[in-house]
Design a protein around this ligand. Structure first.
Ligand code: MG
Length: 206
């Protein structure tokens, strides 16, 4: 299983970190050991002083495929969830300035929080609304209609380089509003279904 992540997929978020809006998807990976499920806590890593949350819609790949054609891309996922792409922002900034890979700032243990999956049938698949609350207060609010690259475009693009395999996860980028967490904070992800607002994860920072 691999975890594919898309960076800068919402223009407002690219702007808040002074990054250019990309002309093709920004892709990076996290190892399977980064996964944090079942509402387990994240232990604040010792190598950062600036740990940031990024709430993202996560796709679960439903079948194997490479070089997926646009007209078939919609068939490659049937369930989505929400997750957090935890980022050691200070370390990432240092690596970016040196032109070095991000992995240690993005792929460390517990950096990929994953919530419960929900069937696409329950969602407005063209416009999935979601939010992140920190200690009960909304800090990020997103809607997938604002993505620069749609789920289908992401699947087409990444499958040119990486064979998609059943169970792979794709973190599809974060909207504006990212920020730091402190020990003791609780982060909760909510998705708007056609009928209700549902909590998909809760993660405490310890
Ligand atoms: Mg991200």
């Amino acid at each position: 299983m691999k975890i594919i992540c898309i960076g800068r997929n919402y223009a407002e978020h690219a702007k808040e970190l002074n990054n250019p809006v990309p002309s093709r998807p920004v892709v990076f990976m996290k190892p399977a050991s980064a996964l944090l499920v079942n509402n387990k806590p994240l232990y604040y890593p010792e190598f950062t002083r600036d740990l940031h949350y990024e709430v993202e819609v996560v796709l679960k790949i439903a079948k194997n495929g490479r070089h997926v054609q646009p007209e078939f891309a919609g068939g490659y996922y049937k369930e989505v969830s929400l997750g957090i792409d935890f980022t050691a922002r200070d370390l990432q900034q240092e690596l970016k300035e040196k032109g070095q890979p991000w992995e240690v700032a993005k792929g460390f243990d517990g950096s990929a929080v994953l919530g419960r999956f929900i069937s696409l049938d329950k969602l407005d698949r063209q416009a999935i609304e979601f939010e992140l609350k920190k200690n009960g207060e909304a800090v990020q609010h997103g809607n997938t209609r604002d993505m620069l690259f749609s789920f289908e475009e992401i699947i087409v693009y990444v499958s040119r380089f990486f064979k998609l395999q059943m169970g792979d996860l794709i973190f599809t980028g974060t909207p504006a509003g990212v920020g730091p967490v402190q020990i003791g904070d609780t982060l909760e992800g909510f998705i708007h279904t056609k009928t209700e607002v549902r909590q998909l994860f809760s993660c405490q920072v310890k």
